[in-house]
Design a binder for this molecule. Structure first.
Ligand code: GCU
Length: 620
């Protein structure tokens, strides 16, 4: 064989071997988000996962800081290979099966004292067997959320990665999953970074880990991947939306929409992209509302697949300074909520957690909750649908984001789209919030306007808002002005204010004048004061329940005079963990603005707000 051919052959062998031995970065990466995953036949991977704490990321990088993913040599040291010694002499310096376990879904911080403040990488591993229900079906690995970045591997092959700690994602594993001994491994990193969303500084605990459900879902070869159905904007009884199929040969397929209770059926045909628009009059639809949270069983089916969902139909819009629900003015009697079960500890994630939080809100007299400052788990919106509580969901664009960084915008936009994709069929969700308390600059305005345009392009049947900026007027700081330029692009003019806590004492509320330059509904998205549950004193004793109650009384009197006020969501339902709150004996790592303490005890101000809402509810 001549030299030239030999050289070429060797070259080919090297290229081939390189391709075959280092993990395939699968071209799919994430696959389109599967709507209503819990309606699928799923194998839950919830439960105990082995974990390895890896602050130096030696399971991901070699000692020259080259990621094993990109390193052509076989890398038993890469944790995602789950390597075992082949004989008594081989050196492998990790072993998932001999490592401790963490519960999934749960953040890691609340599961072990040594992890309470941990920020960095933790590797997770779960083994499972899988038997497909039918040959030809497709198999997906779905995560409710992982905070913050997840690199996902199955059987030693990289599926891809996801960034964003509060939204779902999935990967197709059809041609990788085996009948026996599959192992899924995640590298989870919750290290805060300036260019990420949220950025470095937040007033909440940076809970890391696989914080929501993990499921293996099976679908037919061609399946109903996504759908959206709601009353058409400004219409009477017209349902508008779409269905999206996924698979091969998705063009010209019949898709049937049925609402059995209405004896309604409509068939649509998909286009070349597997997409079918829906717009059809359905006279006499029973509207969803807080007083009557009516949900229909909706079925979407094709010759190969069927999905059912419980959907409420309602219209929310603004008219002048009013918010209209099904054409009637409504006042949003709200409360802000962080996604935390303070009693158990850690991130809330379950249906039971959602019921606990929303039951407290209901006891307060709320018809509305602001889910701050990031998308909460899917149970919240589904339980709110059932209980008749309207919902504000928020993208974690919080404080000092990198407004001129395109990658930062892409990360923010991706999380916004994932939030809307997951909850667009929830009647309770009436507001998409783009941001919270972000400094007014031209770059920030462009960033937020582009987010608002993105949201409206996906969903035009909900209100857009954000916690905007307010400021004192030069020469007279008792006149608070709302002239945030982003207010021109929102439906609801919302802002946070802390007169009486961060700005003066509660009696200052009586001297304040609000100067709001927009003829739109006004919503006060935050006000509040810290109180250590059980600490008592006079109304000027800071941190006492009496001070918090005094501040609420003065604030409610003040905002009651704002003519455009159409709602508020005081900060906050329950005390929550924050590394920024370090006052010994009072805060000890907790933000104490809750109306309920972390032990579940209601403070005096709880009843003050409850009384205010009882009065308001008589007027609407
Ligand atoms: C801000 C912010 C909250 C924070 C609160 C507080 O308005 O939006 O995230 O927790 O104030 O200072 O308690």
């Amino acid at each position: 064989m001549n030299k030239c051919i030999t050289t070429r052959l060797c070259g080919f062998i090297i290229i081939l071997s390189v391709f075959l031995c280092y993990p395939v970065i699968r071209s799919q990466g994430q696959t389109p988000l599967i709507q209503n995953i819990n309606n699928r036949a799923v194998l839950s991977l919830n439960g105990k996962w082995n974990y390895i704490i890896d602050p130096y990321e030696m399971g991901y990088y070699d000692y020259r800081a080259i990621p094993f993913d990109e390193n052509p040599k076989p890398q038993d040291r890469a944790f995602y290979t789950n390597a075992k010694p082949k004989d008594k002499s081989e050196r492998i310096e990790y072993d998932f099966d001999k490592s401790p376990t963490l519960l999934v879904p749960r953040d890691w911080n609340s599961q072990d004292e040594k992890l309470l403040y941990y920020e960095g990488t933790i590797w997770y591993k779960k083994s499972f067997n899988y038997h497909k229900d039918a040959a030809g079906n497709r198999v997906f690995l779905h995560f409710g959320a992982v905070n913050y970045r997840a690199d996902v591997y199955l059987n030693g092959k990289k599926l891809g990665y996801h960034k964003g700690g509060f939204t779902p994602f999935n990967f197709e594993i059809t041609d990788l999953v085996a009948e026996k001994d599959n192992f899924v491994i995640l590298r989870v990193c919750n290290t805060r970074k300036a260019e990420e969303v949220p950025t470095l500084n937040t007033d909440w605990w940076n809970y890391g880990g696989i914080t929501r459900d993990v499921n293996v879902a099976e679908t037919p070869a061609v399946f109903i991947c996504d759908y959206f159905l709601q009353l058409k904007k400004g219409s009477g009884d017209v349902l508008k939306g779409y269905v999206k199929l996924n698979g091969q040969g998705i063009s010209g397929k019949e898709v049937r929409l049925t609402i059995p209770e209405m004896k309604f059926e409509k068939t649509v045909i998909t286009d070349d992209a597997g997409f079918a628009a829906i717009e059809v009059a359905v006279p006499g639809l029973h509207r969803w509302s807080p007083e009557d949270p009516y949900l229909y069983d909706v079925k979407i089916s094709t010759s190969m697949d069927a999905v059912t969902d419980r959907i409420g139909f309602r219209m929310v819009e603004t008219s002048g300074m009013d918010i209209l629900l099904n054409g009637k003015p409504v006042f949003l009697r709200g409360i802000s909520i962080h996604e935390e079960n303070a009693i158990r500890g850690g991130r809330a994630y379950s249906r039971e957690d959602a019921i606990m939080l929303l039951t407290w809100a209901r006891e307060l007299g709320c018809n509305f909750v602001r889910l701050a400052h990031y998308p909460h788990n899917e149970n919240l919106a589904r339980v709110a649908d059932e209980m008749g509580i309207m919902v504000w969901e928020e993208n974690p664009v919080y404080w000092t984001i990198q407004w001129t960084n395109q990658e930062t915008f892409n990360t923010a936009a991706t999380q916004l789209k994932e939030m809307i994709s997951r909850d667009k069929n929830r009647a309770s969700v009436i507001v998409w919030s783009m941001a919270n308390e972000t400094p007014v600059t031209p770059e920030r305005l462009t960033f937020l306007k582009n987010l608002a345009d993105t949201a409206r392009s996906i969903d035009n049947v909900r209100l857009i808002s954000a916690a905007l900026e307010q400021h004192g007027t030069p020469g007279n700081e008792l006149v608070r002005t709302i002239e945030d330029p982003f207010a021109q692009y929102v439906d609801l003019v919302s802002f946070n204010e802390y007169i009486g806590w961060y700005d003066g004492l509660p009696d200052k509320c009586r001297k304040i004048e609000w100067n709001i330059l927009f003829k739109k509904p006004v919503f006060i998205s935050e006000f509040g004061a810290d109180a250590l549950g059980g600490m008592h004193g006079d109304s000027l004793t800071r941190w006492s329940e009496e001070y918090q109650q005094y501040m609420y009384r003065e604030t409610l009197g003040m905002i009651g005079k704002i003519p455009q006020l159409r709602g508020c969501s005081p900060w906050i339902l329950v005390d929550f963990r924050s590394p920024r709150r370090v006052l010994p004996g009072i805060q000890d790592g907790w933000n104490r603005k809750g109306l309920i303490s972390e032990t579940g005890n209601k403070k005096k101000a709880f009843y003050t707000l409850k009384e205010f809402y009882e009065t308001i509810s008589k007027k609407y």
